[in-house]
Design a protein around this ligand. Structure first.
Ligand SMILES: [Zn+2]
Length: 93
């Protein structure tokens, strides 16, 4: 499925889900209660949902574009990488 098809499918499902008070987070795809999500509505349609857990650890930016709304999420804390470098030992010169 293309991202557009995926979005359309999600939107269709989300309208039905919202009536039941449960939504699928667009980021972690977990099922969360409606009151525990940040939702974005356009023209009466639910187009995006983000659970509080994902929202809490990311900086999320919504920008309207001619095609819809672009959502960018960035981890608030960079992923901690453990660099395992072999210590470079300088031998005697
Ligand atoms: Zn989530």
């Amino acid at each position: 499925m293309t991202p557009e098809q995926l979005q359309r499918a999600w939107v269709l499902q989300a309208q039905a889900d919202a009536e039941r008070g449960v939504l699928e987070c667009r980021m972690c795809r977990g099922r969360v209660l409606l009151e525990e999500t940040t939702t974005l509505w356009r023209n009466g349609l639910l187009v995006f949902a983000l659970c509080d857990r994902c929202a809490g650890s990311h900086d999320v930016v919504f920008s309207p574009t001619p095609a819809g709304v672009e959502v960018r999420a960035r981890r608030r804390r960079p992923v901690e990488l453990v660099a395992k470098e072999v210590p470079h030992v300088h031998g005697p010169r």
